[in-house]
Design a protein around this ligand. Structure first.
Ligand SMILES: [Zn+2]
Length: 232
């Protein structure tokens, strides 16, 4: 397909609304990169909270080097059915294992449309905020290498997957850009009334990381306000 006018100077980024990709955006801007943020709308239970977080984060960031957000739809309800990611019921809490938070095929699902969009628009780099210690096979170097090769074979274009945080922990990346408006990000599997639930696996991970920040964790958690029901 013919390019519609992108630039090889631009790096796309998968922005989720969470801490890691927000810091990656700031990190790329620090390097003088023009950034094309992409959000994948999957219709998971946290989507509205993520979209609001991204809108607010980008507005406050006010970066001239950040292009308008591109949203691509990859609806998963027909695939995931009654899974907790669709219903918000019985979401994994802080006591659950890594395997419990697996979203089946998450990275191939997120990547395929984003990479094709990059191909069509002449963008040759797509950055992900994958961190050190991600236990899932679709976050392995082998997966990313082979997936990029398959897309290149399919489209005869190269989109390189960049993972600058692949050898870094969450605490380490927080040290890179703690000045960002990270309080506007959202990392929750079951937001309640527009707030982090305070009970799920992601909230626990977020709280543990943000407690180490100079100002502590600014997040207002719904469970502390009595807004979390018996679903958990
Ligand atoms: Zn939560």
């Amino acid at each position: 397909m013919k390019s519609s006018g992108g630039t090889s100077e631009t790096t796309a980024i998968l922005l989720s609304g969470g801490l890691d990709s927000a810091i990656l955006l700031g990190h790329l801007l620090d390097q003088g990169v023009r950034v094309q943020p992409i959000y994948i709308a999957t219709d998971c239970i946290w989507q509205a909270a993520e979209q609001q977080a991204i809108e607010q984060f980008l507005a406050v960031l006010g970066s001239d080097a950040t292009l308008p957000l591109v949203e691509l739809a990859v609806p998963l309800a027909d695939l995931y059915g009654e899974h907790w990611s669709m219903t918000g019921s019985n979401v994994p809490d802080e006591s659950t294992s890594d395997e419990a938070v697996l979203l089946w095929g998450r990275n191939p699902l997120l990547l395929v449309k984003a990479m094709l969009w990059c191909s069509i628009h002449g963008i040759s780099r797509l950055a992900l905020a994958t961190l050190q210690g991600n236990p899932f096979s679709d976050a392995s170097p082998r997966f990313f290498r082979q997936f990029a090769m398959s897309l290149a074979t399919a489209t005869c274009t190269d989109v390189n997957i960049l993972r600058p945080f692949a050898e870094m922990s969450k605490a380490e990346i927080l040290g890179l850009r703690s000045d960002l408006p990270l309080h506007l990000t959202v990392s929750c599997l079951a937001p309640r009334a527009g707030k982090h639930c305070g009970v799920c696996n992601k909230c626990a991970e977020r709280a543990e990381a943000l407690r180490l920040m100079p100002g502590g964790d600014p997040t207002i958690y719904a469970n502390e306000l009595g807004l979390v029901d018996q679903i958990f």
